[in-house]
Design a protein around this ligand. Structure first.
Ligand SMILES: Nc1ncnc2c1ncn2[C@@H]1O[C@H](COP(=O)(O)OP(=O)(O)OP(=O)(O)O)[C@@H](O)[C@H]1O
Length: 310
């Protein structure tokens, strides 16, 4: 079976600015591929090239075995696409709009539209212009999923959705994978990629700076540590400085305790053991957000030229 997506050395330039530089990636049927990276990294540009909304400056793209440029409407119907910025206006009701899309996308099994609307909690009888951003996004998701396309290309699909709906959406993605559909999901939210994707590529300044299976990347291992600790500043500093993976340690006296903040990259067990020797009044461990993780692990000082794996 040919890959659902194959990009080889694809570049997109706007004048002197490289939005995407030499990106190669392969997405197999029945898998979820996560494309992550901070704002402006080149995610939307990469996805639009798959749909032939824009064309690469150089390199080759194949989608479901065809060139997006030559595939035309026949290829387009085999893809479900959620654009990053969904503009839906007009008096038309959600149901009519989806029926209209269904005439373009090809057969939708009876009951599918209502079932998806029910799952996502969307009222299909409302005119689309009166829908909130999140509800418009739900319409966008339904139009992408309803005809069970071989490939789903989803650009920041959970933006504007509340956490319960996000969870339902992630189930829909897993079901699509189980049906043998391929999914390319772009996001700047690491957790949703971690929950669904089999493979992941990290884009930064238009380049893939890391790729592999989700568990092999070190992104999720960088955490913020915040604690309130009783004791002397010197004693606390001496204890915590022995933790090998602890960085950016800062200690500020506040009232009767010390406010401690740091980041930890890797094994947290030595930190837990060190804290056990102190009087900890409060403790908070939080994953760094994606942008911080990407920049720390794969940023300029780490050498963007190389693809790094854990
Ligand atoms: N039509 C255009 N003309 C000029 N520059 C563009 C154009 N489209 C995108 N860019 C630039 O290309 C880079 C990549 O943009 P892109 O929208 O692909 O990023 P992104 O990863 O999707 O970011 P975001 O998460 O903010 O949507 C950015 O620096 C952007 O300013």
């Amino acid at each position: 079976m040919s890959p659902a997506i194959e990009l080889v050395d694809v570049t997109k330039r706007y004048g002197a600015h490289h939005a995407v530089r030499g990106v190669s990636l392969t997405v197999e049927p029945g898998t979820v591929f996560g494309l992550i990276g901070p704002n402006g990294a080149g995610k939307t540009t990469t996805l639009r090239m798959l749909l032939d909304i824009i064309r690469p400056t150089s390199g080759t793209a194949r989608v479901l075995g065809r060139s997006p440029r030559d595939g035309g409407p026949a290829l387009r119907r085999r893809i479900g696409y959620v654009p990053g910025e969904l503009r839906l206006e007009g008096r038309v009701r959600g149901r009519s709009l989806l029926r209209h899309y269904a005439r373009i996308s090809g057969p939708v099994a009876p009951g599918t539209i209502d079932a998806l609307a029910e799952r996502l909690g969307l009222d299909l009888n409302r005119p689309v212009r009166t829908l909130s951003k999140g509800n418009k996004q739900k319409l966008g998701l339904i139009q992408a999923f309803m005809h069970r396309p071989e490939l789903l290309v989803l650009d920041e699909p959970t933006s504007g959705l509340d956490p319960l709906v996000q969870r339902e959406f992630l189930s829909m993605v897993r079901e699509a994978r189980a049906n043998g559909q391929a999914v390319l999901l772009s996001s700047h939210v690491l957790s949703e990629i971690q929950q669904t994707a089999d493979q992941v590529a990290v884009l930064s300044s238009g380049r893939i700076v890391a790729e592999g299976d989700v568990s092999s990347l070190r992104l999720g291992r960088v955490r913020h540590v915040r604690a309130r600790i009783a004791g002397t500043e010197e004693g606390v500093r001496t204890t915590l400085q022995r933790v090998p993976a602890l960085r950016e340690l800062a200690i500020h006296p506040a009232d009767t305790s010390l406010h401690v903040s740091a980041t930890i990259d890797g094994d947290i067990d030595p930190l837990v053991k060190a804290l056990a020797a102190l009087r900890v009044l409060d403790l908070d461990l939080e994953s760094r957000d994606l942008e911080e993780s990407v920049l720390q692990l794969y940023g300029p000082s780490e050498g963007r030229e190389e693809v790094r794996r854990a």
